[in-house]
Design a protein around this ligand. Structure first.
Ligand SMILES: *[C@@H]1O[C@H](CO)[C@@H](O)[C@H](O)[C@H]1NC(C)=O
Ligand SMILES: *[C@@H]1O[C@H](CO)[C@@H](O)[C@H](O)[C@H]1NC(C)=O
Ligand SMILES: *[C@@H]1O[C@H](CO)[C@@H](O)[C@H](O)[C@H]1NC(C)=O
Ligand SMILES: *[C@@H]1O[C@H](CO)[C@@H](O)[C@H](O)[C@H]1NC(C)=O
Ligand SMILES: *[C@@H]1O[C@H](CO)[C@@H](O)[C@H](O)[C@H]1NC(C)=O
Ligand SMILES: *[C@@H]1O[C@H](CO)[C@@H](O)[C@H](O)[C@H]1NC(C)=O
Ligand SMILES: *[C@@H]1O[C@H](CO)[C@@H](O)[C@H](O)[C@H]1NC(C)=O
Ligand SMILES: *[C@@H]1O[C@H](CO)[C@@H](O)[C@H](O)[C@H]1NC(C)=O
Length: 529
């Protein structure tokens, strides 16, 4: 049992406290070990955009959202491939098509459902222009499954030609039909399927709907109706343990048409309004992250063992910190960015091969606010910097294999990972998640010391890049390797700050040992290649 050693307070007054993490260094293998996750899909860092807000994020042809495009390009430059965008979410299952609508969306809030997104929602022809404004990204378009009237069916069929024309020529990732159907019969206040709606009912509904979409595609964009092109992400369940069991769903024939490319599930750490949710306990907590991701890793393993998802990668098609669009002070803080780094890297280490962090206008957990509103200032938000560090960890050529290994740490507030590119050690990431509230702290900021035992690397020193802010409660003043991506500096383009240390190196000891110190509530990457 290891007990953190705090140096005396007298020393702390002059020199910041250093917390020794463990006396025994953590060994890192030179070649990707068996414990490594499967190679990530490129891109790994991806987003899910709430359908009603997609025009805010992407803009339209006469006014493309260049800020969003810049932020996506930054991540593309770091990880090698621009993020993919899944366009969907709750509002995907509310949207009806209005061919006469002059605007891209016409949404009406119904307070009994949510104050954060419209329950009554129409999309017009110009909605589909938003797929043309972010060059290099690929998209999934989410069709409405929940609305089940003749009008809804006609509306779905009317949007197929618009969606396929917008997404042809390489912009389509895959299609999606229905969001979180495992909540359809239980959602309040308006369930969209009867109680007892079963896995088999869902599968039958999904198959008949997707077959209908394919017939329509064969007329409007025949090249996209081929076996190779006609693929879905599914089942897009909210989670494991709701009214539909994912294993039974696959057993009941979800993939009987062999058109599922990605096994997509959703994840949140908890709810914004759930009692007892705190930054330290719910987000900045490696033990909790391991516990949550283990359910997905287990499901993925069970499905593979049963031969139900052969060659179908497991992804999180929608995820973020806290459902109900995040909690102010938590989900928009630097602490949530650190959670995002640990969560996403841990997913990669467990063979969850891509993650789409969910976004919406005015959402508390958003990585960026794409437009100015009366509630939220346009800008790059703290969680984006977590996306940046994950992208930096995943760097590689588009055709390279990147694998991530979780390096076990003794404290539940630490995460550490090694990244292997084409099987060779490339980087180590360390995340310190011990909460340091700079706005209430009386003392100077302590650091934690980490020691790694490296294989015989020839380098005598390694470069270090830091994810930094004043503390876990910071919502501004955040940097990655001295770069700011703030809107008010250069509209999201990287700007090197002059008040942050950069160009640090860490020396490698004669026996291959390296030591690094991280201020509490910060992250770093050590680079080998
Ligand atoms: C394009 O976006 C601009 C800015 O949001 C908006 O004023 C305009 O109406 C949009 N055009 C269409 C066709 O929706
Ligand atoms: C927008 O939707 C609301 C609610 O259905 C409707 O009353 C209104 O007429 C619609 N506006 C337009 C411009 O279609
Ligand atoms: C509508 O829902 C019922 C079950 O409530 C299902 O049997 C049917 O296939 C659905 N139709 C469409 C077009 O989704
Ligand atoms: C971290 O999460 C674990 C598992 O949920 C929990 O037992 C533990 O109390 C949490 N730690 C803190 C500091 O809240
Ligand atoms: C793993 O998943 C299977 C199938 O859903 C379930 O029966 C089992 O309880 C799960 N095991 C763990 C440890 O979660
Ligand atoms: C940090 O701030 C949060 C929220 O205000 C508080 O709950 C927590 O106790 C604080 N932590 C420390 C170490 O002061
Ligand atoms: C961070 O701390 C520095 C030094 O105390 C201070 O000048 C700066 O304003 C702080 N930044 C924020 C965003 O609070
Ligand atoms: C560094 O400068 C940026 C941009 O002016 C500011 O937001 C941030 O708070 C500063 N950070 C520190 C640690 O002083």
């Amino acid at each position: 049992m290891f007990v953190p050693l705090l140096l005396s307070a007298a020393v702390a007054a002059a020199v910041p406290t250093v917390i020794e993490r463990d006396s025994s260094p953590v060994s890192v293998a030179k070649d990707a070990p068996d414990t490594a996750g499967a190679a990530i899909l490129r891109p790994f860092v991806s987003f899910s955009i709430e359908l009603a807000f997609f025009p805010d994020y992407a803009g339209n042809l006469s006014k493309p959202n260049r800020f969003s495009n810049q932020l996506l390009d930054n991540l593309g430059d770091l990880q090698g491939v621009k993020p993919y965008l899944r366009v969907g979410g709750n509002t995907q299952d509310f949207a009806l098509y209005d061919p006469a609508l002059k605007t891209s969306v016409n949404g009406t809030i119904v307070p009994a459902v949510s104050m954060d997104y419209p329950y009554i929602l129409y999309i017009g022809p110009s909605f589909f222009e938003s797929y043309l404004t972010l060059p290099g990204s690929k998209f999934s378009h989410g069709f409405n499954m929940a609305k089940n009237t003749t009008a809804a069916k006609n509306s779905l069929l009317a949007t197929v030609p618009l969606a396929c024309k917008a997404l042809k020529d390489g912009k389509l990732m895959h299609w999606e039909f229905g969001n979180e159907p495992d909540l359809y019969s239980t959602t309040t206040p308006y369930p969209v399927r009867p109680a007892g709606w079963s896995e088999q009912d869902y599968v039958n509904n999904w198959l008949s709907g997707t077959e209908m979409i394919r017939r329509k595609l064969a007329q409007s964009c025949p090249e996209m109706a081929s076996d190779e092109m006609f693929k879905f992400l599914a089942p897009s369940f909210a989670g494991i343990g709701n009214s539909l069991d994912p294993v039974k769903t696959w057993e009941d024939g979800l993939d009987s048409d062999k058109d599922i490319a990605l096994n997509s599930m959703h994840n949140y750490m908890g709810g914004a309004n759930q009692p007892g949710v705190t930054l330290q306990k719910t987000l900045m907590n490696h033990t909790k992250i391991v516990e949550v991701v283990a359910q997905h890793a287990n499901l993925s393993r069970v499905l593979s063992e049963k031969g139900l998802t052969k060659d179908i990668p497991y992804i999180l098609g929608e995820m973020n910190s806290l459902y109900n669009e995040g909690k102010p002070g938590l989900s928009n803080s630097f602490g949530a960015a650190l959670w995002g780094v640990d969560f996403n890297l841990y997913c990669a280490s467990q063979s969850i091969r891509r993650t789409h962090m969910h976004q919406g206008t005015d959402y508390r957990y958003a990585s960026w606010q794409p437009v100015q509103t009366s509630k939220t200032t346009i800008g790059t938000k703290a969680p984006y910097y977590g996306n940046v560090m994950v992208a930096a960890m995943m760097r590689g050529e588009a055709d390279s294999s990147v694998q991530v290994v979780n390096l076990p740490m003794p404290s539940e507030t630490d995460g550490a990972y090694a990244a292997y590119v084409d099987g060779k050690l490339a980087r180590i990431a360390v995340i310190n998640m011990q909460e340091f509230n700079y706005s209430t702290a009386a003392e100077s900021r302590p650091s934690a010391k980490y020691t790694f035992q490296l294989p015989d690397v020839s380098a005598r020193s390694l470069s270090l890049q830091r994810l930094m802010a004043n503390g876990s409660d910071a919502i501004t003043g955040i940097s990655w390797d001295g770069w700011s991506y703030n809107y008010n500096l250069k509209a999201g383009a990287p700007v090197r700050l002059d008040n942050v240390t950069i160009g640090e190196t860490v020396s490698v000891g004669s026996k291959g040992e390296v030591e690094l110190e991280l201020p509490l509530s910060s992250g770093a990457i050590l680079n080998f290649l």
